[in-house]
Write a new protein. Structure first.
Length: 94
């Protein structure tokens, strides 16, 4: 219950980015409704894409990491729960 007060619901439109490559990773996510397109860029020559389906966690990284991936909404009404990684880690290690 303590974690829920720190979560935020994000609503995305078709094609809208949730986060972008190069941003600092401070959160991870749970997809409530809709579908996302996730692309991971490993190097200039290597990248792969996948779909994120409803009821999936994604985007978990060390809170000091820089993202090597990006996401965009594949639906006109996508809802995502945003969870702060540092707060999550402090709660589960208590």
């Amino acid at each position: 219950m303590q974690l829920l007060v720190h979560c935020r619901i994000r609503e995305l439109s078709l094609g809208e980015a949730l986060y972008k490559k190069g941003e600092k990773s401070t959160c991870f996510y749970f997809l409530l409704r809709g579908q996302l397109h996730l692309t991971v860029v490993e190097s200039a020559d290597t990248k792969f894409s996948n779909s994120v389906e409803e009821n999936a966690f994604f985007g978990f990284r060390d809170s000091s990491a820089i993202r090597n991936d990006f996401t965009t909404s594949k639906d006109k009404n996508t809802e995502v729960v945003e969870i702060d990684t540092a707060i999550y880690m402090s709660i589960i290690t208590q």
